[in-house]
Design a binder for this molecule. Structure first.
Ligand code: SF4
Ligand code: SF4
Ligand code: SF4
Ligand code: FES
Length: 947
């Protein structure tokens, strides 16, 4: 293992302590520590340029030389380890001379334009020139130099100015060690040496624009364009990324109310100073001209919007809800929250629906992504959440990735995982498509189980069969920790011949020997951890697969310590949190059923209203009930069901059938086109609260600028509650978190004060675990004994046939996020301006389709048209697309099929046919007309139509 356990924190290298003297001070550090690090510990600063705390030492700049009594020469302190009793001097006349000479050489080939340089005052080269006391440069600019080298400005977010490069290699090492992309090299030797990306420019290279090299660069060679534009920031506020479920912590570096740059925080528990292109660079949507900042109302969706005051909008919405409930009954209304909302926003929204409107008709977007995780893990392990920290992967010997694409969907964790794989961990990937992890620089999957979409349960059954029949079960663990009756039933089921790899090989499209070898590796390869994503949950048997995964982990004792576990990679930033907060129709915060009398009494007392004990409607049921005339009003906060939910036609029909749709969002999204009231939302930069990431880590969201719409989102919900006769007396999001903590045992110890002190905390956080719980189920499962479930494979009803011979599966891409509402309004469109359909060359050839052709994709639900991308990343018979652009209509073709337990849509399996076409589909043409009409109804501002 590397001596860095994570990005930036030197590991405890040894238990043996070593005492040395540095500049007359006695310092004790672990054996193996570098002299430079020991000096830092003792408060002594050694000049340096090529070293940085986030990278392995390199020893190239020769600025950090020291003298060691009794040793010859001048060793580099960054690469020389401490030794017992040595006496080190960091400042002597000889060292001063050497350092001046080194700096003189650097500066003689460096443009001396410090006063006009964008990093003036924030440049390590400048600092070092000062630190070594450089006063003159004897070697002039007359000889050969690099001062006229051309700038590369191709990347939308940062520029590369080789004239300022000191070839310290920090960028190259950051790209390798931290990001794991290996996009840069140092080309040439001596004077000729330079940083190269292997292509014409950065944009065309393998670079994924994570910005690690920019952060590592000690000069203005690699620099954010926003810093060039705005200058060096003057204050910073630590907050949490509003994109994916990794939950990276950032320092928002500001000039007044202007974000100058987002710098990933080295103290971030999930990211340790690293980030991806979205979090670091794609924040411009917060000030995009498309933002709507004034409330609007209208009578009909075919009317123009009227801008109104907040009071008018709130009162209108409240009067409509009251009218509708009086006319159609209490259950005729409901709400939808979003994983993009903070915990506090989700909490007040579900409270409004349950306590004020008197119904449990509240649901969340987790319905369409990770609801099977909630169900499956609760049943088996007893808690609806992942078991580990991200850092746990650094202790894994075998990593099993199923139906997830971490380098695109969870990029910072993907980098950490790749780091562990480069150190030697084994990798099993189960995915119909060749995701990057299968083969990328210095990472190669030991087994890529290229299963057919829809056969996850069969794959788990085959692996279980091998483990059970080859004696690979850890019986001692099972006997001690699990419900033995359920284990025996599962063992008998798994050992049936019909579940053998040989019997299931054809169904899966995976050789039986690969299934056997992967199962043996998982069971016997040491610490084995499972990471899974929407490729597991978004199926008709999503919950079954989750339970099957938990069975595997329990049977092999791969749960309850570091390096192992069952880890759902949550898609959006706050999927875990939104579920924790009681956003599902059957559960209060903390996953307590609404029918439980004691829990209901607790909330009735706290909220002062009677509460219903009947579970409410899920999103699909709300839409069905709307179409049948029983559901009439919806309050939709931060969610865009028209774009993100399956069978778009059904969703829009449902919305059209309602009398009052209230949308609260940053932009006039697709759902808002069917709305009667629009409440402008606040971006994550404009509000306070918390997000909970995929490892149950609650991190603070801190307001860095004034909300452009005037209010934080929880304030809008509270105003609506007041207008409905139920004042909510919160003065800050922290008051809401205090209420959550008071009513939810697993959050009992969480508060803004604790988050300020600790940075973040993983729930459960209570009296027994006051600083949180990094690893769950250590001594016993949350449910007591772990329970095995029989997971019988039932093929989906979505079958291929002569009419629909291909299977469409969907996923996401690094540069875009979910429905794209945010990332489409940033320069990230440079990497993904449209969704395309990936087709295997054989399938394309059969249909006469060439790369770039328009292709009609027809399913049993509908038709859409996308450009073709011919690639062997997909297997024959399978096609793939993303869903980041609304006009792509990816969900026009997905069906109503869903998970048997949770109604999570079967997004990953749709039978389709592809044909070469010359125009957009009928749906797309109608969509274009409708969206143009709707955008015309808004007086301000001018929305773009991305068609
Ligand atoms: S670009 Fe920056 S980090 Fe990279 S070698 Fe040049 S000065 Fe060093
Ligand atoms: S931005 Fe990231 S991926 Fe691109 S070169 Fe820099 S470190 Fe490598
Ligand atoms: S999108 Fe995810 S990985 Fe990227 S910076 Fe944000 S939280 Fe981190
Ligand atoms: S900092 Fe040690 S050689 Fe550069």
């Amino acid at each position: 293992m590397s001596k860095y356990t994570d990005f930036g924190t030197p590991a405890k290298i040894s238990d043996n302590q070593v005492t040395l003297e540095i500049d007359g001070t006695q310092i004790t550090v672990p054996e193996g520590t570098s002299i430079m690090h020991a000096a830092m510990v003792g408060g002594v600063t050694v000049p340096k340029l090529c070293a940085t705390d986030s990278l392995d030492p390199y020893g190239s700049c020769r600025l950090c030389l020291v003298e060691i009594e009794g040793r010859r020469g001048f060793p580099a302190s960054c690469t020389t380890p401490v030794a017992e009793g040595i006496k080190v001097k960091t400042q002597t006349p000889k060292l001063a001379d050497i350092r001046k000479g080194v700096m003189e050489l650097y500066i003689s080939d460096h443009p001396l334009d410090c006063l006009t340089c964008a990093t003036n005052g924030d440049c390590e080269l400048q600092d070092m020139a000062g630190a070594v006391g450089l006063r003159e440069v004897r070697y002039g600019y007359d000889g050969e130099n690099h001062l006229k080298s051309e700038k590369d400005t191709s990347n939308p977010y940062f520029q590369f100015d080789p004239s300022k490069c000191i070839v310290c290699s920090r960028c190259v090492r950051a790209c390798e060690e931290v990001q794991g992309t290996f996009a840069l090299t140092i080309q040439g030797r001596g004077f000729e040496s330079k940083v190269a990306s292997g292509t014409e420019n950065f944009l065309e290279s393998e670079c994924v624009s994570c910005g690690a090299c920019v952060q590592a660069c000690p000069t203005a060679t690699l620099i954010e364009k926003s810093v060039v534009q705005h200058g060096v920031p003057e204050h910073s506020v630590t907050t949490t990324c509003a994109y994916c479920g990794v939950g990276c912590s950032f320092d928002a570096e500001m000039k007044g109310e202007q974000v100058v740059r987002m710098v990933p925080s080295k103290h971030g528990g999930a990211n340790h100073g690293h980030s991806c292109v979205k979090g670091r660079f794609a924040w411009g949507y917060a000030t995009h001209q498309d933002r709507i900042t004034t409330p609007m109302i209208r009578k009909s969706i075919h009317d123009a919007w009227t801008e109104v005051s907040w009071d008018e909008a709130i009162n209108y919405a409240a009067s409509e809800i009251t009218r509708i409930q009086a006319k159609y009954g209490k259950e005729s209304v409901g709400g939808i929250t979003s994983s993009r909302c903070t915990n506090e926003e989700v909490y007040v929204t579900q409270k409004l629906i349950r306590a004020v409107l008197g119904t449990n008709n509240v649901d969340t977007c987790a319905r369409v992504c990770h609801s099977p995780t909630g169900y499956g893990l609760k049943q088996t392990l007893g808690e609806s959440a992942g078991t580990q920290t991200f850092d746990s992967v650094m202790h894994s010997d075998v990593i099993f990735v199923m139906g997830a694409n971490p380098t695109d969907g969870h990029p910072v964790f993907g980098s950490q995982m790749k780091r562990r794989l480069r150190e030697g961990a084994k990798l099993i990937v189960a995915d119909p498509r060749q995701i990057d992890l299968v083969s990328s620089p210095h990472v190669k999957a030991d087994y890529h189980l290229k299963l057919r979409p829809g056969t996850n349960v069969a794959l788990i059954a085959a692996m279980s069969h091998v483990i059970v029949t080859e004696g690979l079960v850890n019986e001692a663990f099972v006997k001690e920790r699990c419900d033995f009756d359920s284990f025996e039933a599962w063992r008998d089921f798994a050992s049936k011949q019909e579940n053998s790899p040989e019997a299931l090989s054809e169904t899966l499209g995976v050789p039986a020997e690969d299934l056997r070898a992967a199962a043996r590796l998982y069971a016997t390869g040491g610490n084995a951890a499972i990471y899974y994503g929407l490729g597991v949950t978004e199926h008709s048997q999503g919950s079954t697969t989750v339970m099957g995964i938990a069975n595997l982990a329990m049977a092999t004792a791969n749960v309850g310590r570091e390096g192992v576990g069952v880890n759902p990679l949550r898609g959006q930033n706050n999927v875990q949190g939104s579920c924790d907060m009681g956003s599902m129709p059957h559960e209060y915060p903390g996953y307590r059923h609404v029918s439980d009398d004691a829990t209901r009494a607790l909330f009735e007392t706290a909220w002062g209203r009677p509460l219903s004990k009947e579970p409410g409607l899920r999103i699909p049921n709300m839409l069905d009930q709307a179409i049948s005339g029983n559901f009439k009003a919806l309050y939709c906060v931060g969610e865009d069901i028209v774009q993100s939910d399956p069978n778009t036609q059904h969703v829009t029909h449902g919305l059209e059938s309602m009398e009052c749709v209230i949308v609260q969002d940053l932009f006039l999204n697709e759902t808002a086109m069917y709305a009667h009231v629009f409440f402008p939302g606040a971006s994550f930069l404009e509000k306070s609260g918390t997000f909970t990431n995929a490892e149950r880590r609650i991190s603070p969201v801190r307001r860095v600028m004034t909300p452009k719409n005037g209010f934080e989102d929880w304030e809008v919900t509270a105003k609506l509650a007041s207008a409905l006769g139920y004042p909510m007396h919160y003065s800050h999001a922290s008051d809401i978190l205090d209420e959550i903590a008071a009513l939810t045992p697993t959050f009992k110890g969480v508060s803004f004060k604790k988050l300020d002190e600790l940075g973040s905390v993983q729930w459960p956080c209570d009296d027994a675990n006051p600083t949180g719980t990094p690893t769950m189920h250590i001594d016993e499962f949350v449910r007591g004994k772990g329970k095995f479930f029989i997971t019988e494979y039932v093929p989906t009803t979505e079958k291929v046939n002569a009419k629909y011979p291909l299977i469409l599966t969907t996923g996401r891409i690094l540069s875009q996020y979910n429905v794209g509402a945010q990332t489409r309004r940033t320069d990230n469109v440079a990497w993904h301006p449209e969704d395309v359909i990936e087709i295997h060359p054989h399938d394309a050839e059969d249909r006469g389709i060439n790369d770039g052709d328009w292709v009609g994709i027809t399913s049993r639900a509908g038709e859409t048209v996308l450009h073709a991308k011919i690639t062997e990343r997909v297997q024959p018979g399978v096609v793939y697309t993303t869903f980041h652009h609304p006009e792509s209509g990816a969900n026009v073709i997905t069906t109503d099929n869903s998970d048997w337990a949770t109604n999570c849509p079967e997004f990953k399996v749709t039978a389709v046919q592809l044909t070469k076409v010359s125009q957009l589909s009928e749906w797309q043409r109608e969509y274009n007309d409708f969206s143009k009409e709707q955008l015309g109804f808004v007086q301000h501002p001018k929305n773009e139509v991305n068609v």
